[in-house]
Design a protein around this ligand. Structure first.
Ligand SMILES: Nc1ncnc2c1ncn2[C@@H]1O[C@H](COP(=O)(O)OP(=O)(O)OP(=O)(O)O)[C@@H](O)[C@H]1O
Length: 317
């Protein structure tokens, strides 16, 4: 489990990361989102021990970076924003070197190197110098070194950057497999990536944590979409129900009606949905479809970044 407590990083007078706290359990894949300059890389560098925080602490399975950086770092894999250095090294030599840095030795080391080569599908480039690889292959080598030693914590800065669609799918599967026994935190600007693999989202705004929420909750809005034979002149049947803020009719191409039902702030979506269903059935009208309106992550991202105060949309723990 990763514990980040009141993490702050200043560059001179400027606070790049401001009092950020969160916990990530084993098995979770968490997406770290935010505009350019929001502080994502700075946070990932501090979690990986590459950069010292100005304040706050990071611990992995109750061992803090401050107390034993070496032990914590042996349990983590990091794919940095800038890709593998050592351009003159061959892929094989580089992985051998990276495995040594992680404390792997002998047969275990060889088996691990083989495993990551297979997992990232780079066997045909083993003898090629890193400098001659395409961007996508460099990215795969970066991921291969990050997963050496089956880290307990995997930190990935834009993991699918430069990958073709087939490799993107493979990478997503690989990340999901790793997350079965590890904690994964990844940064990306690609919302599809988040929707495809993350279970939870942390959104940063100007160095502060603006949202910490499960993806499924984020995508749920406080509205229901209802497709029914109830005509609009009888929609007051719905308006008067407890927990409903407003009902508006949407354009419908059939003889049936489609309503957008907005739920009151403190009402529970499931209970209101049950009440709506019951009301329609009791009024002997057809209930064709009733579902929560799904919010897309792009609009939510825009909303968070336009909110003037962090209180507006924050779900942060
Ligand atoms: N070494 C540094 N010295 C001064 N300011 C820095 C330094 N590194 C980062 N910053 C500033 O800290 C802020 C956060 O930067 P960071 O790289 O963490 O953002 P990011 O969210 O990863 O952005 P991007 O999406 O563009 O990668 C930015 O305003 C950046 O200019």
């Amino acid at each position: 489990m990763l514990d980040v407590t009141q993490l702050t990083r200043r560059y001179g007078d400027f606070k790049a990361v401001d009092n950020v706290s969160f916990t990530i359990k084993t098995g979770e894949i968490v997406g770290l989102l935010g505009h350019n300059g929001a502080g994502k890389t700075t946070i990932m560098k501090m979690i990986s021990g590459y950069l010292e925080p100005s304040n706050g602490s990071v611990s992995l399975d109750d061992v803090s970076l401050e107390d034993d950086a070496k032990l914590v770092q042996q349990g983590l894999g990091y794919l940095p924003e800038s890709l593998p250095v050592y351009p003159e090294m061959s892929v094989a030599d580089y992985l051998n070197y990276a495995a040594g840095l992680k404390g792997l030795e002998g047969e275990i080391k060889n088996a691990e190197i083989k495993r990551v080569i297979q997992a990232t599908d780079i066997s045909e480039k083993l003898l090629a110098p890193i400098a001659t690889l395409s961007r996508g292959y460099k990215q795969r080598v970066g991921v291969a070194q990050a997963i050496l030693g089956k880290p307990k914590l995997l930190i990935l800065d834009e993991p699918t950057n430069g990958l073709d669609p087939e490799q993107t799918l493979l990478m997503r599967k690989l990340i999901k497999d790793i997350a079965q026994d590890a904690t994964v935190i990844l940064s990306t600007h690609i919302m599809q990536e988040v929707e495809a693999i993350c279970s939870r989202v942390l959104m940063l705004r100007a160095g502060q944590l603006a949202v910490d929420e499960l993806l499924e909750n984020l995508k749920r809005s406080n509205s229901l979409l209802l497709h029914t034979s109830l005509p609009s002149d009888q929609s007051t049947l719905l308006t008067q129900l407890t927990g409903i803020a407003s009902v508006s009719a949407l354009p419908s191409e059939s003889s049936n009606a489609i309503y957008c039902i907005e739920i009151e702030k403190n009402a529970e979506l499931d209970s209101v949905a049950a009440l709506v269903a019951e009301t329609i059935v009791q009024a002997k009208h057809k209930l064709i479809q009733l579902k929560p309106e799904i919010r897309d992550l792009e609009s939510l991202f825009k909303e968070v970044n336009q909110t003037s105060s962090l209180g507006g949309i924050s779900h942060a723990a």
